[in-house]
Write a protein that binds this ligand. Structure first.
Ligand SMILES: C[S@@+](CC[C@H](N)C(=O)[O-])C[C@H]1O[C@@H](n2cnc3c(N)ncnc32)[C@H](O)[C@@H]1O
Length: 312
């Protein structure tokens, strides 16, 4: 609304810069915006900034059915295309069957994955080799590497600085829970894994929630060290329900990882193609949880050193 002072007057000439009015003579043609983060159009940039999205994973290919909790490559690709430019390096320290790595190669990025279970690491390596062959591009060979190792040893692997991290941890020991709804069908099939491994180093086998959190945050602390300043990390995770208690894994990670990386905010991934189960019906509120948190963190940029005059 115009103030009494402006009512009935001609609108002021010139343009507003912040809260200052610049005289028309000082008007400059705006410099085109430089995109320092990714290769997207401004429209695609804006669309990705919405804080929630629905993504129903397409049916899985046969080779990756073995893994009990795999993510869709299509989802990974959207994140990688937002947080990197072509040629940059993506890390997944718990790579499973390699969804993030495969998505990275598909959009012309390089990728490194660490995975504890040798069977999953082999599947990931085979999928990457097949993808690179299909791309048939000279520059695609050697774009991605899978290292079969304990992510807790990450700092001993001598990784080069990483431009983006896209990862998802075991959701504590949920896959071990008797009657875990999404695992029921898998239990009936002899060929499919219900949990990741029997390995003691597997974080999905730690029974105590606080111990699990400590080990996981230790891995992310090491990850933060190999990220280049200014790089982003996205952790896809859910809060966990066990024996009627909520363990706020996503919120705990936001708080704890936020102590050494800057928590930017979350994007909420909703799935709306899952069967509803009648939990607590007639007795109490128990949600059918069909969303994951994609927590976005950023490593602070290196501080610029103030120039000092010679001799000072
Ligand atoms: C949620 S899954 C990752 C799934 C992956 N994003 C995909 O789409 O295939 C978590 C993975 O962490 C691995 N893992 C558990 N403990 C680990 C450790 N100490 N070091 C490396 N990987 C580990 C498990 O074997 C499992 O594959």
């Amino acid at each position: 609304m115009l103030s009494a002072h402006h009512r009935g007057r001609k609108p002021p000439q010139g343009e507003f810069s912040g809260d200052r009015l610049l005289p028309a003579t000082m008007k400059r043609t705006p410099k085109p915006l430089e995109n320092r983060l990714n290769d997207l159009t401004w429209r695609d940039w804006l669309l990705f900034q919405k804080s929630w999205f629905v993504h129903n994973p397409p049916p899985r290919e046969k080779g990756v059915l073995l893994h009990p909790a795999k993510f869709p490559e299509t989802l990974c690709q959207e994140f990688i295309e937002f947080f990197t430019k072509r040629g940059q390096l993506v890390l997944d320290p718990m790579a499973g069957t390699g969804s993030a790595l495969l998505a990275a190669v598909r959009c012309g990025r390089r990728a490194i994955g660490i995975e504890l279970n040798p069977q999953y690491a082999c599947i990931a390596a085979d999928r990457l080799a097949a993808e690179e062959q299909q791309l048939c591009r000279d520059e695609s060979s050697g774009l991605a590497q899978v290292i079969c190792a304990d992510a807790r040893d990450l700092l001993r692997l001598g990784l080069e600085p990483v431009d983006y991290v896209l990862t998802s941890p075991p959701y504590w020991d949920m896959l071990r829970r008797e009657g875990f709804e999404t695992q029921r069908k898998r239990r009936e099939s002899a060929d499919l894994d219900v949990y990741y491994s029997e390995d003691e180093a597997d974080l999905g086998n730690i029974r105590d929630y606080q111990c699990f959190l400590k080990e996981l945050v230790g891995i992310y602390r090491a990850v933060a060290e190999v990220m280049r300043p200014g790089a982003y990390a996205t952790i896809i995770v859910k809060n966990v329900k066990k024996g009627g208690t909520i363990y706020p894994l996503a919120w705990d990670l936001g708080r704890l990882v936020g102590e050494f990386l800057v928590l930017k905010d979350e994007k909420i991934w909703c799935q709306d193609n899952q069967r509803l189960a009648p939990y607590g019906m007639g007795k109490c509120w128990v949600s059918n949880t069909m969303h994951h948190y994609c927590l976005n963190f950023r490593k602070p940029e290196a501080k610029r050193r103030a120039r000092t005059a010679p001799g000072k």
